[in-house]
Design a protein around this ligand. Structure first.
Ligand code: PMV
Length: 351
């Protein structure tokens, strides 16, 4: 498929309309870090979609008014976010030709704390893209649910790359790879029948190590991959990692899964350290938690491991395989002390 196939219908009828949608966040296992023009990823990625970390969004559209966007986050007006959305809407006009023909009031709230450092751009752009597709259905006519979801993923990608993966449940792939139907333009669901049951009942407890603004945004971080001398090797490695990942997912090989997922997380942060200028988003607490997880695993052999996104928080991962009560007690007793305010978001993967 090409981007041409997502061009919008030139015939439409607009009217005042209010739509609401909800979209979850996701956490990558093979990471996307580095991109080309028009949000084309430098390598494919695969993520788990979360269940509780969500954004709920209502879009009010006032037809035939001068184009403008007003946004509210948890009831508070956010001018900077409105500017970002306005730019985004201008950028996607060819795909939704009615989009600049009205005024928008967008009200959005996250189910996770705003200051948590959990990226809200994935769930945020996912929810907006779903709202836009709902409006498009009334203005331009109905399409199949499958097509509408695919276009929502395509549109979400243009807002924030990783957002395109949040449109689907389970394991989700974005970027051309060995996975059937995968594309750089939108995400696809990883075939459920090729996933061992052990991966379908998983926990992700997000330890909030550092609440608040990150020192380097992911936009800047992606950009620094353009001059990173290790970038090409990294992009190649991520592509290659899909081979073992497919095998691991099919066979349920937890030890290889743990090794691969932790390697991906550390590689992401190694890329940051090897950027020019270099930057480090991990904090002391991040390192303490990682070392304690490694010690725990060495001592007990239980499947507790971690991944990281572009920040200091640690996503602590473990399956519901009978060992989870021991693991939960360990996290409460040993890991929570490294968070800023005993902050933890206890999530599970959504299948
Ligand atoms: O979608 P962005 O531009 O916020 O980038 C997300 C990058 C990572 O979260 C670090 C990795 C990923 O694949 O989600």
């Amino acid at each position: 498929m090409t981007a041409q196939e997502f061009l919008g219908k030139e015939e439409f009828t607009i009217q005042n309309q209010t739509v609401s949608e909800s979209c979850p966040s996701n956490i990558a296992l093979i990471k996307y870090w580095g991109k080309y023009e028009n949000q084309i990823p430098a390598n494919p990625s695969i993520s788990f979609t979360l269940n509780h970390c969500k954004t709920n969004t209502t879009v009010e559209f006032f037809a035939d008014e001068v184009f403008s966007v007003q946004t509210f986050l948890a009831g508070k007006e956010e001018v900077k976010f409105a500017e970002k959305i306005e730019k985004y809407f201008r950028n996607i006009e060819q795909y939704l030709p009615w989009i600049l023909k009205g005024k928008y009031v967008i009200k959005t709230e996250n189910t996770f704390p705003h200051s948590s450092g959990i990226a809200s751009s994935a769930s945020g752009f996912g929810a907006i893209a779903k709202c836009l597709m709902k409006l498009d259905e009334t203005f331009s006519g109905k399409t199949s649910e499958e097509e509408s979801l695919r276009k929502a993923s395509f549109l979400a990608r243009l807002g924030s790359g990783s957002a395109c993966r949040s449109l689907y449940n389970g394991l989700v792939v974005w970027g051309e790879s060995q996975v059937r139907g995968s594309s750089d333009l939108f995400a696809v669901q990883y075939p459920n029948d090729e996933i061992h049951n052990v991966f379908k009942n998983f926990n992700d407890w997000v330890l909030l190590i550092h609440e608040g603004q990150k020192s380097v945004s992911s936009t800047v971080g992606h950009g620094l991959m353009n001059t990173n001398p290790y970038a090409d090797r990294r992009f190649q490695e991520a592509r290659e990692n899909f081979g073992p990942m497919k095998d691991i997912l099919a066979t349920g090989d937890m030890q290889r899964f743990i090794k691969l997922v932790e390697h991906e997380a550390l590689t992401l942060h190694a890329m940051m350290m090897m950027s020019d200028p270099a930057f480090i988003l991990m904090k002391t607490g991040t390192m303490e938690v990682i070392n304690k997880i490694w010690d725990f695993r060495r001592e007990t052999g239980l499947p507790l491991f971690f991944t990281l996104d572009a920040g200091a928080n640690v996503h602590v991962l473990f399956p519901n395989d009978g060992s989870e009560e021991k693991i939960k007690s360990f996290i409460e007793a040993e890991l929570l002390q490294h968070t800023q305010n005993n902050g933890v978001v206890k999530d599970v993967m959504k299948f």
